[in-house]
Design a protein around this ligand. Sequence first.
Ligand SMILES: [Zn+2]
Length: 395
Amino acid sequence: MFIRPSWSGCAFLAILTWPAAQNAPPQRDQSPGQISYKSASDADEKKTLLLKDFHPVSMLHASAHNVDRAKYYVIDVHNHVNDAMRIDDHMPPERVVEIMDKTNVRTVVILTGMWGDELQSVIDEMVKPYPGRFMVFSQIDWSKIDDPNFSQEMVAQLDDAVARGARGLKQLKDLGLGVRDKSGKLIAVDDPRLDPIWEECGRLGIPVSIHTTDPESFFHPVDNTNERYEELTEHPDWSFYGPQFPTKESILAARDRMFAKHPHTTFVALHMANWPENLDYVSHLLDSLPNVMVEFGAREAELGRQPRRAREFFIKYQDRIMFGTDNGMDEAMYRNHFRWLETGDESFDYWGYPGQGRWKIYGMELPDSVLEKIYHKNAERMFRQFRPAALASTK
Ligand SMILES: [Zn+2]
């Protein structure tokens, strides 16, 4: 009989060597060929696989329901596609519209529109050529913070932006964590110099979409207990841990005082008020301040890992939550969000997994009436507040 160098050859070799092992003295509770129920004594030494090389494949046989098009048309209230700050790579506008058409996204809100000529170029490229498909927001020019009449300048800049076609004001997370005046002091979110700007937004009936702080783990040490260890290692400047930063709680408290001070202005507390890890807090915020709305841009992972609590929250606050993604334009990106909102699928990847943390998400299977509000009705109600007549009475 010939032994070929094949699978049967290997088996033969194994049979030849096995009796040698049999001669070793058997361990107390493990005879040869038996399966031990104790951990290997060298297990800890052997667990040296690098985190970056660990890519487990789920063996779960769970059903997957792909949702190619949203059940109701969508307004994505948190996007940066072809914006003025060039946050994302530029994409041909026809391709953007093609992605939207394929996924039932009717309108995309481009938040980072800046002001003046930069704003105008977004309006000319995206807003005007595709009526009803894009909206753009303006921003505050922080380089002017030390001007003696900063507030009036910014109100005039905002009026100009809205006259050009902007339909809201966006504030990045730099307010509270990065913007300083010439004295070196951080500008607080509730700084009174900003009050006239928030009031003007209320007068014009345009929303203020504001990003304040970041995930809770960004305020904790970047060590082996941090659930976003890999993300913070990739982006060390996203860590706000240390005495040089105010606490997350104190910045959010300043934001919420500012919201309360301007009850006639609608604020969109972006990223689920930036505390989806603490939905009790977000519930309290929405209960106490009727002028606040939320959206879930880049927080699918946080909400998707707590599907029962999140579903209860989405149903209770169905008139206050809007659809936002804060992700690069991609059909698969939108479809992943639809699957999370519409189906009851279990244990699947959030969009961008494992970028935010090594956990899976679970679908919420929201009722149709809730989906419709979140997909577009709430955003439409908010944007109907715009008062062009107020703009005409400026100056
Ligand atoms: Zn954003």
